[in-house]
Design a protein around this ligand. Structure first.
Ligand SMILES: Cc1cc2nc3c(=O)[nH]c(=O)nc-3n(C[C@H](O)[C@H](O)[C@H](O)COP(=O)(O)OP(=O)(O)OC[C@H]3O[C@@H](n4cnc5c(N)ncnc54)[C@H](O)[C@@H]3O)c2cc1C
Length: 236
């Protein structure tokens, strides 16, 4: 991306002063991004006006940070069909206060008090992940700048997503391992019934539930899953 964009935005996102989003999904386009409708119209000053609706955007809007930097997939005019014609644009929730046209080189970090045409028109009701507002975002002639080359948006977005996938995988594995360790601790404390092989703790009213075969089976499944053992393949 242009160096001034990196200086102005990436630094603040890197330090977590400002938040960021990735805006791919649209009401009619999830897995198949080749059919997105969001448009980016080039302006004489080198910026673009981005319009379209994005859905399911994680942390799409909130007031935890002063600004939110949206990385938006959209199509420029006359771009090729499908995923080969998608470009990546940086669209901030608030533009720099001093911005009038062109890029952001040399501008201060002070922000305009009016939104850059980006509004949130709904927050999903989800079964879980309630700490993350999953938003419908409307871009209405929002000022944005091209990141990387025209029509190379998918490659850039997926470079980031490859890292994100590893992060998500590690997060899932970590949660699984913590759940296993907490369960193990709990079954060593919790008492119910007696060991089928005979009383283990005669001084207590019941044995730890760790002695019960079904509890041991569930713990074992949890452990082997966390350790990457493919139960289906290895049991066949
Ligand atoms: C909690 C949450 C957070 C999200 N955050 C973001 C975000 O920050 N930014 C963003 O852009 N999006 C986000 N998404 C959207 C997510 O990327 C999409 O849900 C995903 O891309 C799938 O799109 P879809 O929901 O439209 O499902 P669809 O594309 O309609 O797919 C439905 C089902 O059909 C299957 N399917 C689709 N096409 C094929 C095919 N060709 N062959 C076989 N099977 C197929 C899919 O695997 C899926 O099981 C989020 C979603 C959730 C649930």
């Amino acid at each position: 991306a242009e160096e001034s964009l990196v200086d102005h935005y990436a630094t603040n996102v890197g330090t977590k002063e400002w938040a960021g989003t990735m805006c791919l999904t649209e009401p009619h386009a999830g897995t198949d991004l080749g059919i997105i409708r969001s448009k980016a119209l080039p302006q004489d000053d080198g910026s673009y006006l981005v319009s379209g609706t994005k859905i399911f955007i994680s942390f799409g809007d909130h007031d935890l940070t002063k600004n939110i930097v949206h990385m938006v997939l959209a199509k420029a005019p006359d771009s090729p069909e499908g995923t080969k014609g998608i470009s990546l644009f940086l669209v901030p929730k608030y533009l720099p206060k001093e911005w009038q046209s062109g890029g952001v080189g040399g501008l201060s970090q002070e922000l305009s008090s009016t939104r850059n045409g980006v509004t949130c028109s709904g927050v999903e009701e989800k079964m879980g992940i309630h700490a993350s507002p999953t938003c419908v975002l409307n871009f209405d002639n929002s000022v944005g700048w091209l990141v990387g080359d025209l029509n190379n948006g998918m490659a850039l977005m997926f470079e980031m997503m490859n890292g994100a996938r590893l992060d998500s995988g590690i997060m899932g594995l970590s949660l699984g391992e913590v759940a296993y360790q907490n369960s193990l601790e709990w079954v060593r404390e919790r008492r119910q019934g007696r060991d089928l092989r005979g009383v283990q703790d005669p001084q207590e009213v019941a044995d730890n539930i760790l002695v019960h075969p079904d509890v041991r089976r569930m713990l074992l499944i949890s452990k082997v899953n966390n350790e990457g053992w493919n139960l289906g393949r290895n049991s066949s």
